[in-house]
Design a protein around this ligand. Structure first.
Ligand code: AMP
Ligand code: MG
Length: 348
């Protein structure tokens, strides 16, 4: 039985305590963060963490992120050098996750047997209050493996009711894309996953960070940098096509060929659309906020396919484009390749 816990001001403290008790008793709780919903368990309890992998159908070699709500908790799970620790005091809470050398207190199941652990200090009051009441929480994104991350409580309930002990119903999250992960065990630090914390902010607040070309999301490589990246991610069940060239995108969505497609685009481009459209937004934060939400609408829609445009890659746009590329069945980079769409349609 899953308990759905609606958060309101009247019963706030009770609700948080109840969820913390569930965590401490070895149960699983779906909770909001500023990025996406997480599926958490006591980070020090291997049996509890095992339930996360079962509930999500997550491969055992894909490690979890340990969530903390103060610096003492950090020292109980990982090693960090003083210089970085001092910087993080001014940066956390925020959607920046650090890969650090782990302490022996962290069970193998959390780190998938590695000697490192990902640490996150989320900027969401519910998450912080829950962690403060329960202790460090190990959590990946709450979605079933390979599905888009969950950004609203309705989807959390639909996908996880019956699979976890409790779900905190707290509406839509703030950002809509996952945290940024950097590997701090190497110098220069290295980007492992693009996310809500921008590269520009990392460079100005922490220092240079190495960004692998794969971070733009083009290649589903089996030799990915971080274990999680080797699995297919973020994709709607329907085939989605990304047309990166804006002129070609507009040409396609204004033609009759878009008949079987749900069109995902900016407000500006929606005026060219000949058919059913989901407006992601013009502001890139708005696009991030709507992206996974709209992937789920695509899956529920009566359309056979989705077609999506590209967005500028600065700021959070870097993570947005990484997710769009990874979620796309086919990426049309230039005019010459547009025929590939028709080839797929003809084969269907
Ligand atoms: P999720 O929150 O569902 O996106 O999953 C956590 C992400 O953190 C995955 O992409 C993992 O591969 C990554 N991660 C967690 N721990 C480690 C680790 N020790 N080394 C490398 N990546 C990690
Ligand atoms: Mg995930």
């Amino acid at each position: 039985m899953t308990e759905i816990i609606k958060i309101d001001s009247k019963n706030y403290a009770n609700s948080i305590n109840k969820c913390a008790e569930t965590i401490k008793a070895g149960g699983t709780v779906v909770f909001p963060t500023e990025t996406v919903y997480g599926l958490g368990a006591d980070a020090f309890n291997p049996d509890a963490c095992k339930k996360i992998f079962v509930a999500k159908n997550r491969p055992a070699d894909n490690p979890l992120i340990v969530h903390i709500s103060n610096m003492d908790m950090l020292h109980s799970v990982a090693y960090i050098d003083e210089d970085l620790r001092d910087k993080m005091k001014n940066i956390w809470p925020s959607p920046l996750t650090l890969l650090l050398k782990k302490k022996d207190t962290v069970p193998d199941i959390v780190s998938a047997g590695l000697d490192t652990v990902c640490i996150r200090f989320p900027d969401n009051q519910i998450a912080l209050d829950l962690i403060s009441a329960s202790g460090p929480i190990a959590a990946p994104s709450a979605n079933i493996s390979t599905r888009p991350s969950i950004v609203d409580s309705e989807t959390a309930i639909r996908e996880l009711d019956g699979r976890v002990d409790a779900i905190i119903d707290a509406g839509r999250v703030k950002y809509g894309v996952e945290s940024t992960i950097i590997d701090c065990t190497v110098k220069p630090y290295r980007l492992l996953r693009a996310g809500a914390f921008t590269l520009e902010d990392i460079e100005s607040m922490i220092g240079p960070v190495y960004v692998d070309p794969l971070a733009r999301g083009y290649n589903q490589s089996s030799v990915a940098l971080t274990p999680g990246l080797k699995y297919r991610h973020y994709a709607p069940s329907k085939k989605m096509f990304l047309i990166e060239n804006e002129d070609e995108f507009i040409k396609f969505i204004s033609s009759g060929d878009a008949r079987d497609f749900l069109i995902l685009c900016s407000e500006k481009n929606s005026h060219y659309a000949s058919g059913e459209t989901l407006v992601l937004g013009d502001d890139i934060y708005e696009v991030a906020h709507n992206l996974f939400y709209d992937f789920r609408i695509l899956d529920k829609s009566g359309k056979k396919y989705g077609v999506i445009q590209s967005f500028p890659e600065s700021g959070i746009g870097f993570a947005v484009m990484n997710r769009i590329r990874k979620a796309s069945f086919l990426i049309i980079k230039d005019k010459e390749n547009i025929d590939k769409i028709y080839k797929v349609l003809n084969e269907a």
